[in-house]
Design a protein around this ligand. Structure first.
Ligand code: COA
Length: 189
């Protein structure tokens, strides 16, 4: 829980004290309740109570996480309301979601049908990631994108359907001529 609180403080510039984050951030309450529900889900006789706990979690926080979803460490949902995470979703460490995100399925078959988010993925507000796609490490899915294909690591996915590009390296982003070093040839004339 300490790690989760720290993750929230690191990723939300509006976060102030540990007390305020621990008591006031429903995204944290949702993951804490999910961890209990997920543990219960492993035992056949506790599956129904696990589903009910997950529904109670949804009523309290506005975040619906199926107890079967596997979620790594330091997971943070900012704002929370309207997030849906499906049963066969797998989420790595240090992943962050904003409000309105759906990690959903496209198939009605009882197979792996929800996304896999690798470590350090960020999914922007309102984005939908659908089907058993793999979102590569450190990828950012833009706000309101609809992503239905795998992405490589370090990608940016934006739009509907999401277009995928690699993160521009700092080198590429630099202008061809550094304005600070630019000497106008006219000064030699
Ligand atoms: C996509 C994202 C991760 C930024 O990636 P980035 O590489 O830093 O993007 P940039 O700001 O350099 O923009 C690059 C291009 O993508 C476009 N773009 C940025 N975000 C976009 C989005 N969500 N959807 C569509 N296009 C987007 C920009 O307009 C720009 O287009 P251009 O090259 O034609 O000018 C970010 O914009 C985003 O959506 N983050 C989610 C944040 C969020 O949900 N915040 C909620 C806080 S409450």
């Amino acid at each position: 829980m300490r790690e989760d609180i720290q993750a929230a403080k690191d990723r939300d510039p509006a976060a102030r004290s540990t007390f305020e984050v621990a008591v006031g951030y429903t995204g944290l309450h949702a993951i804490w309740m999910h961890r209990v529900a997920h543990k219960m889900w492993q035992k056949e006789q506790l599956k129904t109570p696990a589903r009910l706990l997950s529904q109670f979690n949804r009523a309290l926080t506005g975040i619906e996480i199926h107890p079967g979803a596997t979620i790594g460490r330091r997971f943070f949902i900012d704002h929370g309301m309207g997030v849906v995470i499906g049963e066969t979703t797998e989420i790595g460490d240090d992943v962050m979601l904003y409000h309105g995100v759906t990690l959903g399925g496209q198939s009605l078959e009882k197979v792996k049908r929800h996304p896999t988010l690798e470590d350090e993925v960020v999914v922007g507000a309102g984005a939908k990631v659908l089907g058993p796609v793999v979102v590569g490490k450190r990828t950012a899915v833009g706000a309101n994108a609809v992503l239905v294909k795998d992405t490589p690591e370090d990608a940016i996915a934006t739009g509907i359907p999401a277009q995928i590009r690699t993160r521009r390296s700092a080198e590429e982003a630099k202008p061809a001529v550094d304005p600070a070093e630019y000497v106008d040839p006219a000064m030699w004339i």
